[in-house]
Design a protein. Structure first.
Length: 200
């Protein structure tokens, strides 16, 4: 074993091959020259290629459901909403009965609130675009929002922690959903008549 001497190391590639850096620089220069020539040639030919390029055409917008389909979907949800108004009306009226309100009434109000809320969500998610149907959809959503408010307000009056004369008097006046329920039914009936006319 030799001591005091560094291990043998290979010499750098440039030292092993004299003139290598010059050749590398020449190759790079030649590549750059050829690239510039190709760019000039392509630019000169570009004027002949442009007529062959197809113009960009926007994709057609997706076609939505037809008006009869929109009308049928709207009537279907409103049929369920009108059917759900009877038990909701009974639950509100039960909150206004004299005497203590039963826990069953509270359960009924809660269940009907969930039903009305889901129907209103389904109604708002309909893909309605026809102006007349959009207006009918918005009106029906407002009427269902009133039903939902009546159910919750009735529960608050019937099951208040500290009843007072004023809240008790308001509770005893509860007798159902009232005129907005009739308005929703009339709106549904008008849309069903429109649907029958489209089928005729």
């Amino acid at each position: 074993m030799r001591t005091g001497t560094a291990p043998d190391r290979p010499e750098p590639r440039a030292a092993q091959r004299p003139g290598a850096p010059r050749r590398l620089a020449a190759v790079r220069l030649l590549t750059a020259v050829r690239l510039q020539a190709a760019v000039r040639q392509f630019s000169a030919a570009g004027s002949h290629l442009r007529p062959l390029l197809r113009p960009h055409r926007p994709r057609p917008a997706p076609v939505g459901p037809s008006r009869p389909d929109q009308l049928r979907a709207l009537v279907a949800v409103l049929d369920e909403a009108v059917a759900a108004q009877r038990p909701a009306d009974e639950a509100v009226a039960a909150c206004g009965e004299p005497g203590p309100v039963s826990r069953g009434t509270a359960r009924d109000c809660g269940l009907q609130s969930i039903t009305v809320h889901r129907l209103r969500t389904r109604l708002q998610e309909l893909r309605t675009t026809d102006p007349d149907l959009v207006a009918a959809q918005a009106r029906a959503a407002r009427l269902l929002a009133y039903d939902l408010w009546m159910l919750r307000a009735s529960m608050n009056l019937a099951f208040t922690v500290r009843p007072v004369d004023r809240t008790e008097a308001a509770r005893l006046r509860l007798n159902g959903l009232g005129r907005p329920a009739d308005d929703l039914r009339r709106l549904r009936d008008a849309l069903r008549a429109d649907l029958r006319d489209d089928r005729a």
